[in-house]
Design a protein around this ligand. Sequence first.
Ligand SMILES: C[S@@+](CC[C@H](N)C(=O)[O-])C[C@H]1O[C@@H](n2cnc3c(N)ncnc32)[C@H](O)[C@@H]1O
Length: 214
Amino acid sequence: MDAIIAGVDAYYSGTAQRYGPTPRGVDWTSAATQYLRFVQLLKLCDFKAPFSLNDFGCGYGALLEFLAMRHAGADVAYRGIDVSQVMIDAARQRWSERPQTTFEHGSRCTALADYSIASGVCNVRLGQPLAAWETYIAAMLDHLRAMSRIGFAVNFMLPRDGEPMEHELYRTEPQRWIAHCAALGCSVETVSDYGMREFTLLARIPPSASDAPR
Ligand SMILES: C[S@@+](CC[C@H](N)C(=O)[O-])C[C@H]1O[C@@H](n2cnc3c(N)ncnc32)[C@H](O)[C@@H]1O
């Protein structure tokens, strides 16, 4: 697991150094697709009430741009976590003025939040064997479940018709991870109608399963 994390860190620190705090710096092609993913992930959240949020794999904190633009009045206590120190440095510099905002370097959420979301953390497997990568994803989902009170959301790439999976990337059918989240006691909604070869899982934790008061 440590070797996988070190590889992920090196890869994204490289993109951040090459392209700076921009969509390309977190390996997305454009702000449009980056924001489209946020729209799906945030379907999990009830914006009528204040909430806390773990943004796992936060990059330079682009989600905060999106929240300011699309949910300007929302009361969101935000915690961004990223394995790349380059990303965290950029995020801290950029969002130093935002209240209720913390960034942490690492691959663990350090505090329970109402919701956790993770955009783009499962896709780039850097040639890791499939079984090792799926074990890594399973551990990540278990962790997000443990660090969320109400639910967590994560996105994946879908397989391409009739074509083998690229050695560097991870693609999957939804059922594999729906079953995993259901086994964690979550009720799972799949969102896949947003015009990309991807899907987003919204995993809701039944109130009776939340062991901490909201
Ligand atoms: C594709 S980028 C997306 C960044 C951000 N979520 C966005 O959409 O703008 C994925 C980010 O997740 C981080 N990341 C990947 N795996 C991680 C892990 N296991 N723990 C913490 N951060 C991780 C990477 O360093 C990178 O910044």
